[in-house]
Every structure is written in structure tokens, then in C-alpha cells.
Design a binder for this molecule. Structure first.
Ligand code: ACO
Length: 313
């Protein structure tokens, strides 16, 4: 049996930090409101860097951690909603920046669920025997599509990138993947074409919040059932970091204390497709996540799209 195993992780945050105090000067808001409603204290924001720059930094770290040469990568998948250009893909730009060529490279777009979609895709390539070393990246620069006059959502977004090397292995790695979408909710969370200015995120925060909590409850049940596992079999929840209250709701569903949930939303904000691999890399590097642990990654995002990946690290 061939598994897709996480051989190495990496991440990158642009150096400039936007605090809640900075936002107080930009819109009618307060640190107290933002922290109480979202759990966010600060987020990182790009100045000159593009999504492919962030993605390449994270990729280099993951390649080093996996102990492979970039030339051994035989597939690159980047989850992003904020590509540098409409085309070519960020994945091909990362390929060039890593100094390699020839292997297939493409982007997937499932907004905040993008990394779960990308891992699911990479897992299929490995299990079918087509690929052995896949570079999977989640990278976004949502602050580039944020309207900083709209206090209802500009407080949420941050920029960053996270990456993993998924390697073909006889040892367990990804145990199951579950992805879904429902296009009926397009306008709840989207970037409409704006004829008069830049295209920016428009969101109906409250219904999105409620849908996210309910849907993530269902994906937890689906994942546990598919693996015939108990809630207590999960060592770590590595969730998409949208809002601390959504994370708390999923932890409650799993009957899991919050110290078993990897939380980065306080420092990173919502980095969309980057948030899960960023959180994963933080907890691997600080030693919380160890080889043999069972991790549940889950996400909900625009579309709506949602999904989970259960993995033996
Ligand atoms: N500062 C102060 N007050 C504010 C702010 C702000 N930044 N924003 C809104 N308010 C006010 C509103 O005007 C409203 O005032 P009113 O009662 O006088 O009308 C009040 O605060 C409450 O507003 P709500 O929108 O109901 O606030 P809510 O508790 O829903 O919190 C939030 C808003 C944080 C956006 C929340 O709805 C949320 O997190 N939703 C989920 C968002 C999410 O996870 N999106 C990402 C999905 S992933 C992806 O695909 C990108």
C-alpha cells in the first residue's frame, strides 16, 4: 500500500505586521471588538512581495526539512486565490524560482479550503503511482484584495504561505480526504467584479460564520466515520484559522481541549489557503506535533467549499 506521507514542512510570513491598533487608525473599530469577535491581535501584510515570493520561501523550508533536492520534486500544486497574475499559475512561478523545470505544476482555487483540496489532489497522484515527491503549497495575499474602508471584514485578513513535501511511502501518511462544495452560496463570500475600482472581498460575516460551524461539525463526523475512529483518537486539530470562535466550536464538537488545537489566528489572522500549512509548520517546529501523531485538518471557505484531511504525521 502506498501512502502520501508528510516528509517536511515550511512556512513564511512577510515581515510587516498590521496590529489591531494600526487598524483603529484606519477604520472605526477597536482592539477589544476585533479580539472578542475573532481572536485576532495582529496579522502580517505584504508590501512589495507577491504570492509566489511567499510561496517560494515556504517551499525552500519544506524542501530542506524533507532532506530532498528541489530536482526530486515531480509535481507542484499551489492552493491560492490571489495569484500574482491571472496567468501563468503561481505553481509555475515557484518552479522557476526554485531553479527547476519539467515537472507538472498547477494551481487549485478553493479559497480557504484550498490547501485541503490541494492535499487531496496530491494524495491521488501519489497513490496512483504517478508522483513520488509532491510540493504542496498554500499561499495567499488577501490584503491585496481587501477594502480597508470596510470594517466588517478588513480586520480578518493576513498574508502568508505554508508548504509540505508529500512523499510516497509504505508508512502511513494521509489516511483519508473529504472535499465538498455548494455553489449556491456564491454571493455570501466573494470578490465581485468592480467596474469603478479594485476588486475586493465582500462577505456576509454572520451567515458565513453559522454555515462554517455547522458544516465543520458534519465534516468531523464524516471523517471519523470513514476511518472508524473515536474523537479521542485525534491528537491534534490543525484547522483553517478563520476565527477563534469557529475553532472553539469544532474543538467542542471533538470534545477536545483547546490546548490540542493549533491556534495561530491571534498572530496570523485569516491567511486563507495558507493558514493550515502555516499552523502545521509552527506546531511541527515547536515540537508539539510529533511523528506518529494523528492530525485532523479541516477548512471552510468561499464557494462554499469545505473539507478535511486525516493524516498520520
Ligand atoms: N469594529 C467594530 N464594530 C464592528 C466591526 C468592527 N470591525 N465590524 C462590524 N461591526 C459592528 C456591526 O456594524 C454591527 O453593529 P450593529 O449591531 O450596530 O449593526 C455589530 O458590530 C455586529 O456585526 P456582525 O457582523 O453581526 O458581527 P459578528 O459577530 O458576526 O462578527 C465577523 C463579524 C467577525 C466577520 C464574523 O461574522 C465572522 O468571523 N464570520 C466568519 C467569517 C469567516 O470565517 N470568513 C472566512 C471563511 S473562509 C474563506 O473562504 C475566506
Amino acid at each position: 500500500m502506498i501512502y502520501a506521507r508528510i516528509a517536511g514542512t515550511g512556512s513564511y510570513l512577510p515581515p510587516h505586521i498590521l496590529t489591531n491598533a494600526d487598524l483603529e487608525k484606519m477604520v472605526d473599530t477597536t482592539d477589544e471588538w476585533i479580539y472578542a469577535r475573532t481572536g485576532i491581535k495582529q496579522r502580517h501584510r505584504v508590501t512589495d512581495e507577491r504570492t509566489s515570493d511567499l510561496a517560494t520561501h515556504a517551499a525552500r523550508q519544506a524542501i530542506d526539512a524533507a532532506g530532498i533536492a528541489a530536482e526530486q520534486i515531480d509535481l507542484i500544486i499551489v492552493a491560492t486565490t490571489t495569484p500574482d497574475k491571472i496567468f501563468p499559475s503561481v505553481a509555475t512561478m515557484v518552479q522557476r524560482k526554485l531553479g527547476i523545470s519539467g515537472c507538472p505544476a498547477f494551481d487549485v482555487q478553493a479559497v480557504c479550503s484550498g490547501f485541503v483540496y490541494a492535499l487531496t489532489t496530491a494524495n491521488q497522484f501519489i497513490k496512483s503511482g504517478q508522483s513520488r515527491n509532491v510540493l504542496v503549497i498554500g499561499a495567499d495575499t488577501f490584503t491585496r484584495i481587501t477594502d480597508y474602508s470596510d470594517r466588517s471584514n478588513c480586520i480578518l485578513w493576513g498574508d502568508g504561505a505554508g508548504a509540505v513535501i508529500l512523499q510516497a511511502s509504505e508508512q502511513p501518511g494521509i489516511l483519508s480526504t473529504h472535499i465538498h462544495a455548494d455553489g449556491n452560496y456564491e454571493t455570501y463570500l466573494h470578490v465581485p467584479r468592480n467596474p469603478d475600482g479594485p476588486d475586493t472581498v465582500v462577505m456576509e460575516g454572520n451567515p458565513v460564520f453559522k454555515m462554517a460551524v455547522n458544516t465543520l461539525d458534519q465534516i468531523v463526523d464524516e471523517t471519523l466515520e470513514a476511518n472508524q475512529m473515536q474523537k479521542s483518537d485525534i491528537d491534534w486539530l490543525v484547522p483553517h484559522q478563520a476565527n477563534i470562535r469557529i475553532l472553539q466550536a469544532t474543538a467542542k464538537k471533538l470534545e477536545m481541549p483547546m490546548d490540542k488545537v493549533v491556534v495561530t489566528v491571534d498572530r496570523h489572522g485569516n491567511t486563507s489557503a495558507a493558514s493550515i500549512p502555516l499552523a502545521l509548520d509552527v506546531a511541527v517546529r515547536d515540537g508539539r506535533i510529533q511523528r506518529g501523531h494523528t492530525l485532523l485538518m479541516e477548512a471552510f471557505g468561499g464557494g462554499f467549499t469545505w473539507g478535511s484531511v486525516l493524516v498520520k504525521y
